[in-house]
Design a protein around this ligand. Sequence first.
Ligand SMILES: *Cc1c(COP(=O)(O)O)cnc(C)c1O
Length: 363
Amino acid sequence: MAPPKAKPGVLAITPYAGSEVGLGGTDRIVISSNESAFGPSWQAMEAYSAASEDVRRYPEIDARSLRKALATHHGLEEDRIICGCGSDQIIDLLTLCFAGPGDETLYTEHGFTMYPIASLGVGATPIAVPETNLATDVDAILERVTDKTRIVFLANPNNPTGTYLPEQELRRLHAGLPENVLLLLDGAYAEFVTEDDYEAGEALVREFSNVVMTRTFSKIYALASLRVGWAYAPPEIIDVLDRVRPPFNVSAPAISAAIAALEDREHTERSRRHNAETLPWFVGEVEALGLHVNPSVANFVIVRFPAETAQNAEAAYQFLFERGIVTRRVAGYGLPDWVRMSIGTREEMEDVVAALRAFVGAS
Ligand SMILES: *Cc1c(COP(=O)(O)O)cnc(C)c1O
């Protein structure tokens, strides 16, 4: 007898590639996974420590107190919020509920890799839609919608390109979709965006029955290790998700820390301001070295290192890594010539600029 064999879709998955952290040493500059430069609010850390003293009991079954805090903070309805073990879990659950064998999902060419992974996992066929100038192309998405399409995934701003779709374009995309197609707006970096024409998705969720917005505590709140994400969705979709959501999927220390992080508005504002100032400064410095940076509204950028030269992306990655700077290669996102760098503290980014200057001058 043959051993158990996984479903064909599962075997088609290329496992998610993370960054090379956890290799020991605390003096390294880790700008590989887009957690906010200053780390979490100390109030969040205190709340986490306090809650960790009582891990004997199960947490709230549905993260009720965090949903309440999110509703107050964002001016939303508590019963239209669902929390997850990271927003990745919510992406998974939505895909599980709304797509299956024979169905198609659409995501942008350089979109977040969790979308094809989740789609293949349920037996659906993920289709990569071409981008234009490393940005979402609404017409290209709409052209690929068929009667098999079930979900359109859109990270806005997108990781790793850093580009975003303005509200008007978002609305044009939604207006072109059939009502039975779910539009998943992934706002993992929403808090960093300062552009006036940006809308994370709340307004569309309120207006339409086929839009869901996901958010996370991993990025601006820098609680990535605690795995807390959430979604705002129409009641019918919350009802569906609640049927498959594992009970107790957010731990009590994570709930406590996330609530405290929300309440420390000053820390969040400081993180946002830091990024708004440091991002353009860093881009200017890197461009002054003759390197090309893709325009970004998030807390990371991708920098181009042309393949045809000795100073290619792998060489840049290794050069920085040997100097204690951990960045992220994004070849798995169809961007073999680019390296992604998060915006760290000003001191860290000055070191990164110095290392890049040495790299550019070195060969
Ligand atoms: C980091 C990131 C997430 C967040 O994942 P969590 O599971 O909440 O940590 C979601 N979407 C995108 C595009 C991301 O970059």
